[in-house]
Design a protein around this ligand. Structure first.
Ligand code: HEC
Length: 154
């Protein structure tokens, strides 16, 4: 009977430990982006699959125009990524500069789709596909983002 209070206290200590570890982990994943913009945003174990995910749409002026309307309209992309795609300055980590040809070369459409579906954890890039826009609209806006590429012939 004398030992009972001791046994009762133990779960509380475990709960505190779990809380501390949990918040440490949450803190880590909140910072789970790389300051180097060329590093993939897709977690390494998912990267190969994400890279192979291809758009169902071929390049066409119609899809490009629909993508443009999503970018400036319901996707709200323009509020952070700006009219010319270079991006506005945000506190912390700023949006991607879509005119950067090296970045455009490194990423496949599938990787961009992953970011549209999952956001970029630890940054202001929000989940878009499944929230503000559909997957189909996501592919269209990706085609439009490609048109910001500084090496693209227009
Ligand atoms: C609230 C601000 C905000 C909005 C709205 C927003 N973005 Fe972003 N976006 C960001 C930030 C910040 C980053 C940089 C994230 C990083 O470096 O990982 C980013 C990065 C990206 C990237 C680069 C991912 C990569 O792999 O490098 C793409 C593509 C992108 N956004 C597309 C979009 C599209 C399309 C929309 C609209 C449907 C949109 N964003 C709306 C803030 C925003």
């Amino acid at each position: 009977m004398i030992f009972q209070p001791k046994f009762k206290r133990r779960p509380a200590r475990i709960a505190i430990l779990v809380l501390v570890l949990g918040s440490l982990l949450a803190w880590q994943s909140a910072l789970a982006f790389h300051p180097n913009i060329y590093q993939p945003r897709v977690p390494s174990e998912l990267l190969e699959n994400a890279r192979e995910n291809e758009s169902p749409f071929l390049d066409s002026p119609e899809i490009l125009e629909e993508g443009r309307q999503i970018y400036f309209g319901k996707g709200l992309c323009v509020t952070c990524h700006s009219k010319n795609g270079t991006g506005v300055r945000l506190p912390g980590h700023s949006p991607r500069n879509f005119t950067d040809a090296k970045w455009q070369d490194l990423r496949t459409d599938g990787e961009l789709m992953w970011v549209l579906k999952n956001g970029s954890p630890g940054t202001g890039m929000p989940i878009r596909v499944g929230k503000a826009i559909t997957e189909e609209e996501g592919w269209k806006v990706i085609q439009f983002i490609r048109s910001f590429n500084s090496t693209e012939q227009k």
